[in-house]
Ligand binder design. Structure first.
Ligand code: ATP
Length: 503
C-alpha cells in the first residue's frame, strides 16, 4: 500500500470534486484554487475541529472574526510594508522568476536524495545485518554530504537574516544552480519583492486611500487585543483565535495548494505575563504536535523544525513539518513573538495596549505566543496521508482513508438494485440518517462501482439495502478500510457509525 505522488494527488482531487483550479475555463489563475463539493465538506470539518479543540475546549481562549481590510498604518507598524519581502532572481534565458531561498532549498533537497539513495543501496548490499545509524555516522561520503547540507543551510539562514542579497547571489553562483526550464545559470541580480497585494478604498484614487489585503490574520487579533480582553473579561494568560483568509503575492507559486496566493489561516495569539513566554511557548509547541498526531495519520510524518536564526521580534520559534510528497515542509508555525507587535501598535496608534494585572497590582504590555496553521496546507497533509492505491484480490483500488470524523460523508446509502421497493426503503433510511450524519445516496451503476466511488472520497461506511432487507429489517454494512461486510439490524446502523467516529 503506497502513498501517492503529488501529480496523482492533484488529479484525484480534481476528478473527485475536492479541489479545482480557479477560473479553469479561462485557463486558470496561477496559485489560486477553488474547493469542490467534497473538498468544502473536508475543509469545513477541519475548521470545526480546530475551532472546537482551540476555542470551545479551552476556557481561556475566545474567538474573533476581524476584517480583511485594515487601516494601512497597521502594516507599517507590523513591519510588513518594509520587510515582508522575498528575495527573487530571474533567469535571463527562460525569463522565469524564482525565489532564491527556494532554489537553494531545492538544491539541498537534491543532495538529501543522494544521501538517501546511498543509504538504500547500502541497506540492500548488507541485508539484515545493516546498521543504519553506524553507516550514517561513519561513511565518509555521507558525512561529506551532511557537512555540505549544514554549511549551505547555515549560510542561507544568515544571508536571509541579514538581508544580504549579494551573498545570496554568490550562493546560487557557487552552487552552480541551474534554471529548471532553460538549464542555464544566466541569472539576474537578486532583488527584494514585497508580497502584499495592494488596492484602493473609496471612489477617489489618492495615495492616502491605499490599502493592503492582509497577508496574515494575526494583526487583526493584536489590534483588537483590548476590545476582546475587556468584553470577554479574560485574565492573562488567555488567547484569541481566528480563522480567515490571507493573501500573499508568492513568487514561486507551485506545489498545488501548498503555496497559494489566496489561502486561509487558523491562528491563535496567546497573551502572557512577560517572563512566562518560554514556558507557554513550550506548552503550545507540544500541544500543537499532539493535536496533529491525534488526526491518526502516521506519527512519523510530523517533525519539529526549531529555528536557529530567529526573526528580530521572536525569542523562540519552530515549525511543525509534515512529510509532503515533495519532502518535509512547514505545516504550522509556533512563535514566541515577545511584546513586539503590541508595542509597535501602541507607538503607531498612540493608544495604550496594556493589561492591568490584579495579581501583581501592575500594568504591562503582554508577551505573545502564537500558533499559526495554514488550513489549505492542513487539508493537503490530510489528503497526502490518507490517499492510497491498494491491491485487492481482483484489482487495485484507490482509497481515501480519512480519519472517519473528518470524512466529507460518514455513510452512503445504496439500494442494491434500482427497484421501486428498494429505492423507497433506502430513501427512508437515508432521510433518517441525514438528521445525524452527512450522508450520500447513490443508486447509479453496479454496487461494486458505487463502493469504489465511496472509497475514492473516503466514506467510512456503505449501507446496502437488498430484497431480504424488506423481510428481515437487516442491511449490509461495508467497512471502507477492511472492505469487510456484515449484516446488522436497521436500528443499529447509527450506533455502528458512531462507534467509528468517536474512537
Ligand atoms: P513559508 O516559509 O512556507 O512561506 P511562512 O513561514 O511564511 O511559510 P507563516 O507566515 O508562518 O508562513 O504562516 C503561517 C502558516 O500559514 C504556515 O505555516 C502555512 O501553513 C500557511 N501559509 C503561509 N503561506 C502560505 C501560502 N502561500 N499558501 C498556503 N498556506 C500558507
Amino acid at each position: 500500500m503506497d502513498n501517492l505522488d503529488l501529480k496523482k494527488i492533484i488529479s484525484h482531487c480534481k476528478e473527485y470534486g475536492f479541489v479545482f483550479s480557479s477560473s479553469e475555463i479561462y485557463d486558470g489563475l496561477s496559485a489560486v484554487y477553488d474547493y469542490g463539493p467534497n473538498g468544502i465538506e473536508l475543509k469545513n470539518n477541519l475548521k470545526q475541529y480546530w475551532w472546537k479543540t482551540m476555542v470551545h475546549d479551552n476556557d481561556n481562549i475566545v474567538g474573533i472574526d476581524s476584517s480583511i481590510f485594515m487601516h494601512p498604518k497597521i502594516w507599517h507598524a507590523s513591519g510588513h510594508t518594509e520587510a515582508f519581502n522575498d528575495p527573487l532572481v530571474d533567469n535571463k534565458d527562460s525569463k522565469k522568476r524564482y525565489r532564491v531561498d527556494t532554489l537553494i532549498e531545492e538544491h539541498v533537497e537534491k543532495i538529501r536524495k543522494k544521501v538517501n539513495k546511498d543509504i538504500d543501496k547500502a541497506e540492500k548490499r548488507f541485508g539484515p545485518d545493516f546498521d543504519r545509524k553506524k553507516y550514517i555516522t561513519t561513511n565518509p561520503r555521507i558525512i561529506n554530504y551532511e557537512n555540505l547540507i549544514n554549511k549551505i543551510n547555515s549560510k542561507l539562514s544568515k544571508s536571509l537574516e541579514r538581508n544580504d542579497l549579494s551573498s545570496l547571489k554568490k550562493m546560487i553562483d557557487d552552487l552552480e544552480i541551474k534554471c529548471p526550464v532553460s538549464g542555464t545559470s544566466n541569472w539576474t541580480e537578486v532583488r527584494q519583492f514585497n508580497l502584499m497585494f495592494s488596492t484602493k478604498i473609496g471612489a477617489i484614487s489618492e495615495d492616502s486611500n491605499n490599502l493592503y489585503l492582509r497577508p496574515e490574520t494575526a494583526q487583526g487579533i493584536f489590534v483588537n487585543f483590548l476590545n476582546v480582553q475587556k468584553t470577554s473579561r479574560k485574565k492573562i494568560p488567555f488567547g484569541i483565535a481566528q480563522i480567515g483568509k490571507a493573501f500573499r503575492n508568492e513568487i514561486v507559486a507551485r506545489q498545488f495548494i501548498f503555496r497559494m496566493r489566496e489561502f486561509e489561516q487558523m491562528e491563535m495569539q496567546f497573551f502572557v505575563k512577560p517572563g512566562d513566554e518560554i514556558q507557554w511557548y513550550n506548552h503550545w509547541k507540544n500541544k500543537r504536535m499532539e493535536w496533529h498526531q491525534k488526526l491518526n495519520l502516521k506519527k512519523s510524518e510530523y517533525i519539529f523544525h526549531d529555528h536557529l536564526n530567529l526573526a528580530h521580534y521572536a525569542n523562540a520559534a519552530c515549525d511543525i513539518q509534515f512529510n509532503f510528497p515533495m519532502g518535509f515542509r512547514e505545516l504550522e508555525g509556533i512563535h514566541s513573538r515577545t511584546d513586539f507587535d503590541l508595542i509597535q501598535h501602541q507607538k503607531f496608534s498612540k493608544k495604550k495596549l496594556q493589561y492591568f494585572d490584579p495579581k501583581i497590582d501592575k500594568s504591562y504590555v503582554p508577551f505573545v505566543v502564537e500558533t499559526s496553521l495554514g488550513l489549505d496546507r492542513l487539508f493537503l497533509s490530510i489528503i497526502c496521508g490518507s490517499l492510497f492505491e491498494e491491491k485487492t484480490d481482483v484489482d487495485t483500488r484507490t482509497v481515501m482513508k480519512f480519519p472517519p470524523f473528518l470524512a466529507p460523508f460518514k455513510v452512503a446509502i445504496l439500494p442494491l438494485v434500482k427497484t421501486d421497493e428498494l429505492i423507497v426503503n433506502a430513501k427512508k433510511i437515508h432521510k433518517d440518517l441525514q438528521k445525524i450524519f452527512s450522508c450520500q445516496y447513490d443508486e447509479k451503476d453496479s454496487i461494486g462501482k458505487r463502493y469504489r466511488r465511496q472509497d475514492a472520497i473516503g466514506t467510512p461506511y456503505c449501507i446496502t439495502i437488498d430484497h431480504n432487507s424488506i423481510k428481515d429489517n437487516m442491511v449490509t454494512v461495508r467497512d471502507r478500510d477492511t472492505m469487510s461486510q456484515d449484516r446488522i439490524p436497521i436500528e443499529r446502523i447509527c450506533e455502528r457509525i458512531k462507534s467509528k467516529l468517536y474512537t
